[in-house]
Design a protein around this ligand. Structure first.
Ligand code: NAD
Length: 368
């Protein structure tokens, strides 16, 4: 079956890094029988310039029909003063909302060659490979009531509400269990059941789902504050961490920064599975459009390339192809090639296209 990919490269360095992803996709199509049909469209500031909106209905339709959407980055100073509804981020948010992407996946992968760039000691982070699964559409960021009220006595009260339902917890937990089966088969469920009712419910529902459908996966539980501490103390103890929107926001930033630069960090957002078992998916680097280096050919394409590696594993079910791509990136770094953002003394500085060339050369070498 032909795999359908929609590429929305966006603004700034988005098109530059996605150009290298397209070359890698082309390699998999030629050399590993990855049957693919690519469509390209506009989202963000470039779409606003062309159509007066940050994403069009037609693009949303294409995104809904695709097996995976690949986004570069959106935004930049050029669009700082456009009307609020037309701002570049609105395109990204609408894609996430219309595709109902409730699960945010942020891996933290530490390549040996970059271990010294971490703020932690090499032995703590070298070989690190963990995945944080964050619930993205519920919890305290969306729960009602969400207000600031005037108490009339010179006091005001700000209220946010943490709410989770059984089905919201079960669907994010099942994403985590399924991911674990494609990795080291271990899930750490994280909440604060010691002080939060939603945490008690989270804990109970995860255990129930595990018993019913995923008893082959090793499940453990940890309080969120302890998890933050353990991520810094001994991050390699984790495989998949599943947690709510608020804790996930904080823990995924801690985990990702264990590994060094923004230019290295991929991400994915997944929706519910349809009748054929396929989940809607959008893959994107964590970084933004980097207007300060856009157009200079200096952007690091690795975060975007690793987002494609995630898609190979989690959407296209090609774990071996994904391993190969991660290995190719690892070898390129071990050979001493660096873009400016990850430059270290004694290494060779290269631009976006040269980094793409090097990744393709390593893919060819490793493929034999
Ligand atoms: P940014 O991630 O674009 O850049 C932060 C710094 O990291 C810059 O110095 C940049 O040059 C560097 N950097 C980022 N990615 C890099 C890469 N691949 N290679 C080399 N260096 C890289 O964040 P920012 O400067 O805060 O935001 C710039 C614009 O991007 C803003 O308009 C913001 O709204 C937007 N943004 C978009 C997204 C997204 O599309 N998902 C995410 C964050 C920010």
């Amino acid at each position: 079956m032909t795999n359908k990919i929609l590429i929305v490269a966006g603004d700034g360095i988005g098109p530059e890094v996605m150009g290298q992803v397209e070359r890698v996709i082309g390699w998999y199509s030629d050399k590993r029988g990855f049957d693919v049909e690519i469509d390209r469209d506009l989202v963000g500031g470039c779409c606003y310039d062309a159509h007066g909106v940050a994403v069009t209905d037609a693009t949303i339709e294409k995104a809904l029909a695709a097996d995976a959407v690949f986004l570069g980055a959106v935004g930049g100073p050029k669009w700082d003063n456009v009307p609020y509804e037309g701002r570049p981020e609105a395109g990204l948010l609408r894609l996430r909302k219309d595709l109902e992407l409730f699960a945010n996946l942020r891996p933290a992968l530490c390549f040996g060659a970059l271990a010294d760039a971490s703020s932690l000691k090499r032995e703590i982070v070298e070989g690190l490979d963990i995945m944080i699964v964050r619930e993205l559409t519920g919890g305290v960021y969306f729960g009602e009531p969400k207000i600031i009220e005037d108490l009339g006595n010179g006091e005001r009260r700000g209220i946010d509400t943490q709410v989770y339902t059984t089905s919201e917890i079960r669907r994010i937990a099942s994403v985590a269990f399924e991911l674990a089966r494609k990795r080291d088969n271990r899930v750490m469920s994280v909440e604060k059941r010691n002080v939060m009712k939603s945490g008690v419910l989270w804990y109970e529902e995860v255990i129930k789902l595990h018993k019913e459908q995923y008893s082959d996966v090793k499940l453990e539980h940890m309080l969120a504050d302890n998890c933050a501490m353990q991520l810094v103390r001994n991050p390699k103890q984790f495989d998949v961490i599943v947690t709510d929107n608020l804790f996930g926001d904080v823990l995924s930033d801690i985990a990702s920064m264990l590994t060094g630069s923004l230019g290295m960090l991929p991400s994915a957002s997944l929706g519910a599975k349809d009748a054929s078992g396929k989940a809607k998916a959008m893959y994107e680097p964590v970084h933004g459009s980097a207007p300060d280096i856009a157009g200079t050919g200096a952007a690091n394409p690795i975060a975007s390339v690793l987002s494609f590696a995630m898609a190979l594993r989690y959407t296209f079910d090609r774990g071996a192809c994904s391993d190969l791509l991660e290995k190719a990136v690892d070898s390129v770094l071990a050979n001493g090639l660096r873009t400016g953002d990850i430059m270290q003394a004694g290494m060779k500085k290269v631009g976006t296209v040269e980094m793409g060339d090097a990744i393709l050369a390593e893919l060819n070498r490793l493929n034999g």
